[in-house]
Design a protein. Structure first.
Length: 140
């Protein structure tokens, strides 16, 4: 994160500060979203007058990018936060000392008898049949 922060700061020093930010994210929509126009309209009603210039600049920037893409030309580069997918997954290698695996607890009750298992299965069957019959009555 420190490296990314330093990268962002150096980019801001080299160019206009607002041009470094991703315009889609500035309009509170996903990168590359076609709904950016609605995001711009929503923000235009919410921001103070001094921020309208920034919001309108973002809209113009997205339009220039889309026009360049339609014409097959190279569009201006967008600042996108690089994402290393390695950080999205839990690593397979782990230390059993630092992260012990789950351990089953010792059973505190006696196992069910065959009669108890049979009674539980019969009650479950009655419940399922009762629900299905209730649905059939409600449908007709």
């Amino acid at each position: 994160m420190r490296d990314l922060s330093e990268l962002l700061q150096s980019l801001r020093r080299k160019s206009k500060p607002h041009d470094v930010l991703n315009p889609y994210l500035a309009l509170c929509v996903e990168h590359g979203s076609t709904e950016w126009g609605q995001g711009w309209r929503d923000l235009r009603r919410q921001v103070a007058n001094e921020q309208l210039e920034y919001i309108n600049g973002v809209k113009d920037r997205i339009r220039r990018i889309e026009t360049a893409r339609r014409l097959g030309e190279e569009s201006e580069p967008l600042y996108e936060l690089p994402l290393d997918e390695r950080f999205l997954w839990v690593p397979d290698d782990r230390s059993d000392l630092l992260q012990p695996r789950s351990q089953p607890l010792a059973r505190r009750t006696e196992p069910s008898t065959e009669q108890e298992k049979s009674w539980t299965a019969a009650e479950a069957a009655r419940d399922i049949i009762g629900r299905c019959a209730g649905r059939l009555r409600d449908d007709h």
